[in-house]
Ligand binder design. Structure first.
Ligand SMILES: Nc1ncnc2c1ncn2[C@@H]1O[C@H](COP(=O)(O)OP(=O)(O)OP(=O)(O)O)[C@@H](O)[C@H]1O
Ligand SMILES: [Mg+2]
Length: 287
């Protein structure tokens, strides 16, 4: 990190710079599958207000890190949320501690409406029948607020199955918000989205990010450049580089690792082109 040394850490745009907010602290995280090290000794420090992008070639271990944080795979090492150890806890306990995630493929109840999906996510001991019978006038305040945040008020009675791709992802994010997740781990949220949907998703993440920690796994470099406050680059299960967008783009190791994978070719071209031009905040180009 560069710049003035007024504080020890340097939360970037959108961050609550002065706050004591070591939201998620990952230390020495490793995950093995039958002797294969998918994640190897990873350290991550995520602060409140951080919109952290996790990038890297296919198979780098990005999803496995999210799986480890949320309890779906068993890691070694330590994952602390505001000082509470998560390793060893069950999936539902970790969710209850405010750590939420989305999957590479959307997982909403397709036959149920937007509102019903949010209602079920909010849970709170109400029976499904109570929720299904309730009249629209009775939408709880928290859910109404989330509906507005994710921009789906007008579609609240629409079955989730007929939503556009982008809208389904927003609904999923809304389902994390009604659960009061303060750490959101999003696995390729803009894959398959139109340019407009990406833009709206980025703005949504900014809106909800201020008082939360948002981690975005993405292959879309334009999206990363436009919205990341910090970036961690993974390769073969290890952290290769970390810093601002400009810093990781200028890093020769990062350029090299993208060169080494066929799947990373397109991303490398973007990275190389961007390094030549110098970093910009543009979200334009491509079609
Ligand atoms: N359940 C599993 N059993 C065995 N190997 C696995 C398992 N899950 C992941 N792996 C392997 O671990 C490595 C990391 O996979 P992971 O899905 O975390 O990569 P990724 O960075 O998310 O990739 P992508 O960008 O393609 O989604 C890969 O080599 C993958 O094949
Ligand atoms: Mg993945």
């Amino acid at each position: 990190m560069s710049g003035t040394e007024t504080s020890t850490m340097e939360p970037v745009a959108g961050g609550n710079a002065g706050m004591e907010s070591d939201y998620l602290q990952v230390r020495g995280l490793s995950v093995e599958f039958d002797g294969f090290k998918a994640v190897s000794n990873v350290d991550l420090t995520l602060l409140q207000g951080d919109l952290r992008f996790l990038i890297g070639p296919n198979g780098a271990g990005k999803t496995t890190i999210i799986d480890a944080i949320t309890g779906l795979v068993k890691p070694t090492g330590s994952i602390q949320k505001s000082g509470v150890e998560l390793v060893g806890r069950k999936v539902h306990q970790i969710a209850r501690l405010g750590v939420g995630r989305t999957f590479q493929t959307a997982s909403v109840f397709e036959e149920l409406s937007v509102l019903q999906n949010l209602d079920i996510a909010a849970g709170a001991g109400r029976s499904v029948w109570t929720m299904l019978r309730r009249r629209p006038a009775e939408i709880p305040e928290g859910i109404a607020e989330v509906l507005e945040t994710i921009g789906l008020q007008d579609l609240r009675d629409t079955p989730a199955g007929v939503l556009a791709h982008g809208q389904k992802q927003w609904l999923e994010i809304g389902m994390l918000l009604v659960q009061n997740a303060s750490v959101l781990l999003l696995d390729e949220p803009v894959a398959g989205m139109s340019h407009e949907e990406r833009e709206e998703t980025g703005n949504l993440l900014r809106r909800i990010g201020g008082e939360r920690t948002v981690v975005v796994v993405e292959h879309d470099m334009d999206f990363m450049r436009a919205f990341a406050t910090s970036v961690t680059v993974l390769a073969r299960g290890q952290v290769l580089a970390e810093g601002s967008v400009a810093e990781v783009q200028a890093n020769p190791k990062v350029q090299e690792v993208y060169l080494g994978t066929a799947a990373g070719g397109e991303e490398l071209e973007e990275i190389a082109a961007e390094s030549a031009d110098g970093p910009t905040a543009s979200t334009e180009k491509k079609g």
